[in-house]
Write a protein that binds this ligand. Structure first.
Ligand code: HEC
Ligand code: HEC
Length: 344
């Protein structure tokens, strides 16, 4: 967690980092009941939606944000909405190797899922966005993304009586403003929460919710394979940035923002593993096609270079251990609804 996230989302950030510490220390063995209670605590889902600085999102903000998120009026050509790339039915990604923007141009990056995005900051594969509000106008105005200027978007919304009355009813200044657009989109995105998965039911005490190979895979995840060192807590991410030894030579990730930091060269954001079995291809550049290939990459230890995380090393996993890890990852796919409204 960064300092910024700690300030903006203090309650949640504390819970997540305590969970990460418990997760890091105990998992190799969870044979006695204290350990079992601790691991259950470390992976407990939050009971509330995240609350931003400046107070909780209102239902009106969430609904206005939902309308904006799905409206192609946000793009120059009026054909691309946020949901074109962040599709609810594709777990809030697009299932592509790399995103395709407004003029049919392929971007360098894969579209990340928006699941649980309200709990983590900074955002973006390299962490260039300090918070959720600050993301929106980058895709809207990006020439290769939605390619619409701020002035034109505001003019379009001011010309639409439905938007004029929705902004008037939602914000104190009663106006269509950039700040209102950012707040409404962020409010809606804070309601995008991964649904309950078999793993959660097992964590809640239903021993039959997952099969034996997945249980063995969970022990490997927290033991020999060391995955929990970065994929920690209920959303299976530390919200931080690491070089795991993947990608191209000229693609230095967070190193662009921190040229002097050795450890941040080739570092990218740890993605959530919620719904991961359904969200391929993988990594910031979509360069790894299947989960099996992800496991093989970690087993080899990725590209060896000075910035590679000390937590990444060849793992010497057997075939059956790889199968167990895959079985565990499959238990993170939600079987309950993926999105909760702020009101329920
Ligand atoms: C053309 C496809 C495309 C469109 C349209 C698009 N996005 Fe994205 N989105 C991406 C890509 C690619 C990234 C990764 C960008 C980066 O890391 O620099 C991203 C990143 C994000 C993130 C950061 C997620 C994270 O986990 O770090 C958020 C939030 C987001 N987009 C919200 C939106 C919103 C809101 C809209 C509409 C205003 C939108 N996106 C439109 C492709 C798209
Ligand atoms: C040093 C921290 C670290 C460790 C340890 C680690 N990961 Fe990762 N993981 C990351 C980062 C960072 C990425 C994103 C890398 C990128 O996109 O270039 C990632 C990506 C992934 C992805 C792709 C997800 C997606 O949406 O693209 C999967 C799956 C994954 N890791 C599973 C695992 C498993 C299984 C283990 C244990 C064998 C593991 N990770 C160990 C940090 C880590």
């Amino acid at each position: 967690m960064t300092r910024k996230a700690g300030l903006a989302f203090s309650k949640v950030a504390v819970t997540v980092s305590v969970a990460a510490v418990i997760g890091a220390s105990l998992f190799a063995t969870h044979s006695n009941s204290d350990d079992a209670a601790a691991w259950r605590g470390a992976f407990a889902r939050p009971s509330e939606l995240p609350v931003p600085e400046g107070g909780p999102d209102t239902p009106a903000q969430v609904e206005l944000g939902r309308t904006l998120f799905f409206d192609p009026v946000l793009s120059q050509s009026r054909t691309i909405s946020c949901a074109t790339c962040h599709e609810p039915s594709r777990h809030w990604g697009d299932g592509r190797m790399r995103a395709i923007g407004e003029p049919g141009i392929e971007l360098k990056l894969r579209t990340p899922t928006l699941l649980n995005v309200g709990w983590f900051a900074p955002l973006g594969w390299d962490g260039k966005f300090p918070d959720l509000e600050s993301v929106a106008f980058t895709p809207i105005t990006g020439p290769n993304l939605m390619n619409l200027s701020e002035e034109e978007l505001i003019a379009r919304l001011r010309a639409d009586p439905d938007y004029v009355s929705a902004f008037a009813a939602t914000f104190e200044d009663r106006q269509v403003t950039r700040g209102g657009i950012e707040r409404a989109l962020a409010a809606f995105q804070r309601t995008i929460v991964s649904g309950s998965a078999p793993f959660d039911r097992w964590r809640d005490g239903d021993a039959s919710a997952v099969e034996a190979p997945a249980k063995a895979g969970f022990a490997l995840f927290n033991g020999k394979a060391g995955c929990h060192e970065c994929h920690s807590g209920w959303a299976f991410t530390d919200g931080s940035f690491h070089d795991i030894g993947v990608g191209r030579d000229d693609d230095i990730g967070r190193g662009r923002l921190f040229p002097k930091s050795k450890g941040l060269q080739y570092a990218f954001k740890t993605p959530t593993l919620r719904d991961v079995a359904q969200r391929g291809p993988y990594m910031h550049d979509g360069s790894v096609a299947t989960l099996r290939e992800v496991i093989d990459l970690y087993d080899r230890g990725g590209i060896e270079r000075p910035s590679r995380s000390p937590k990444i090393r060849p793992l010497n996993l057997s075939e059956s251990e790889k199968a167990d890890l895959l079985a565990f990852l499959a238990t993170l796919t939600a079987t309950e609804p993926k999105q909760k409204a702020a009101s329920n």
